[in-house]
Design a protein around this ligand. Structure first.
Ligand SMILES: Cc1cc2nc3c(=O)[nH]c(=O)nc-3n(C[C@H](O)[C@H](O)[C@H](O)COP(=O)(O)O)c2cc1C
Length: 410
């Protein structure tokens, strides 16, 4: 086995496959679909999990704090640019409810905490009364299907341009070093380094956003500490060039993130707070010279706040389907509550990650975007719809958004 820490006790505790989450299927139908899908895919079905009598690790229940999840398949946060003028729209109710299952965890797309938090067109906000009211029917639609719904709260920092900022001002950041203009086809504007005395107001924006999210009905929030945005601009040593107590040492670079965690947990309770981190990625030129140390430091520091979950993005996942990744393992072992792994997962890799206790839950981005019934397809080992990159960020309220077919329609 790969890591010497493989824990198959997870597997032995797994309840029978067809017990909880989905409508009970005729076993013969399920067997038929599995056989057909293996033919369709020109491969044998997922080696370890072919028998009807075997539990599918991703389809097993899990208790995350007070939340009783019926399976381990999480909708990763996905920006879709369909919240016109930052206001969540009715079509999002259909989109999210299509992906909701009873006891399934959904993380809503990155949502701005303030008017300086913006860097892309038509991303949702949660800083005005209008935003809160607009989210309510979307949250209701998910709850009606029994889903558990967290909102990812976000500030882009320097990943922005003057056009997105109030009064055309410079975007704010930990630094005044900009992203290379032209990266990803955008003329990023040079940021303005936040003064130390301005930092408490930004932390307060996250606190208020969390309060607003709860008022809108969300079950909790995920603090977006990943993918090169404001929090990560503080965390990573190749971006953060501050000389005050928010820069330099690991402890100092993590201070801003941890002060946000503290403010948000004080506001809504630690049992409603998760955080997403990506120490290994280089998105938006946000790089750290020692990502192992950064992940581990954060995991240990987060334990003090007893937050609900830590959601970590893998370095690019490669290798065979039956391999479990390993890079996040020290962080996973250090963090005492729920651990979610994301990026590059498919059914086989997800099952491995759960079976080998590498993660408690696995978040799926592109596969869930294109397969509204992803948990059911994984249950049946059914073929998947392919995602269409061209419509990831387009603004149509239906095309590439709510029109991906369900299994019955495929
Ligand atoms: C269309 C799209 C939008 C995304 N938006 C967000 C986002 O709002 N917040 C975030 O943390 N990650 C975002 N991501 C990253 C995904 O959550 C996920 O980490 C990534 O897609 C890799 O996982 P996958 O291989 O399962 O797709 C986005 C990815 C895609 C493809």
């Amino acid at each position: 086995m790969l890591f010497g820490v493989v824990n198959y006790s997870v597997v032995s505790k797994i309840v029978p496959l067809f017990s909880v989450p989905y409508k009970i299927q005729e076993k013969s139908t399920i067997r038929f679909i599995r056989v057909m899908s293996s033919i369709h895919n020109n491969r044998s079905t997922d080696n370890a999990y072919t028998s009807d009598d075997d539990p599918i690790p991703l389809l097993t229940p899990y208790k995350m704090g007070d939340f009783h999840l019926s399976h381990r398949i999480v909708l990763a946060p996905l920006t879709r640019n369909r919240s016109y003028n930052n206001v969540p729209q009715p079509h999002a109710a259909l989109y999210y409810s299509q992906r909701a299952t009873k006891g399934g965890l959904l993380i809503a797309e990155a949502t701005g905490v303030s008017d300086t938090a913006q860097g892309y067109p038509d991303t949702p906000g949660i800083w005005t009364k209008e935003h809160v009211e607009a989210w309510k029917p979307i949250v209701d639609a998910v709850h009606q299907k029994g889903g558990i719904f967290f909102l990812q709260i976000w500030h882009v920092g320097r990943v922005s341009t003057y056009d997105f900022q109030p009064n055309g001002e410079a975007p704010i950041s930990a630094t005044d070093k900009g992203i290379t203009p032209g990266l990803d086809g955008v003329e990023w504007s040079p940021p303005r380094r936040l003064r130390k005395d301005e930092i408490p107001a930004i932390i307060n924006d996250f606190r208020l956003a969390a309060r607003n999210a709860i008022e809108a009905g969300f079950d909790g929030v995920e603090i977006h500490g990943a993918n090169g945005y404001l929090i990560e601009q503080f965390l990573k040593d190749q971006v953060n060039d501050r000389t005050d107590e928010y820069g330099g040492s690991l402890e100092n670079r993590c201070r801003f993130a941890l002060e946000i965690v503290e403010a948000v947990t004080n506001e809504i309770g630690s049992n409603r707070v998760g955080i997403r981190l990506s120490p290994y990625t280089d998105f938006m030129e946000s790089i750290d010279s020692n990502p192992d140390a950064l992940g581990l430091y954060m995991a240990n520091a987060l334990n003090k706040f007893n937050i609900l979950y830590l959601h970590m993005i893998e370095p690019r996942l490669e290798g065979a389907d039956d391999e479990t990744p390993h890079r996040l393992l020290p962080t996973r072992k250090a963090f005492k509550n729920t651990f979610i792994a994301a990026s590059g997962y498919n059914r086989s890799k997800g099952n491995r990650a759960i079976a080998e206790n590498y993660a408690d839950l696995v978040a799926f981005g592109r596969l869930f975007l294109a397969n509204p019934d992803l948990p059911r397809r994984f249950e049946l080992d059914a073929p998947l719809n392919k995602y269409d990159r061209n419509t990831f960020y387009s603004s149509d309220p239906i095309v590439g958004y709510t029109d991906y077919p369900f299994l019955e329609e495929a």
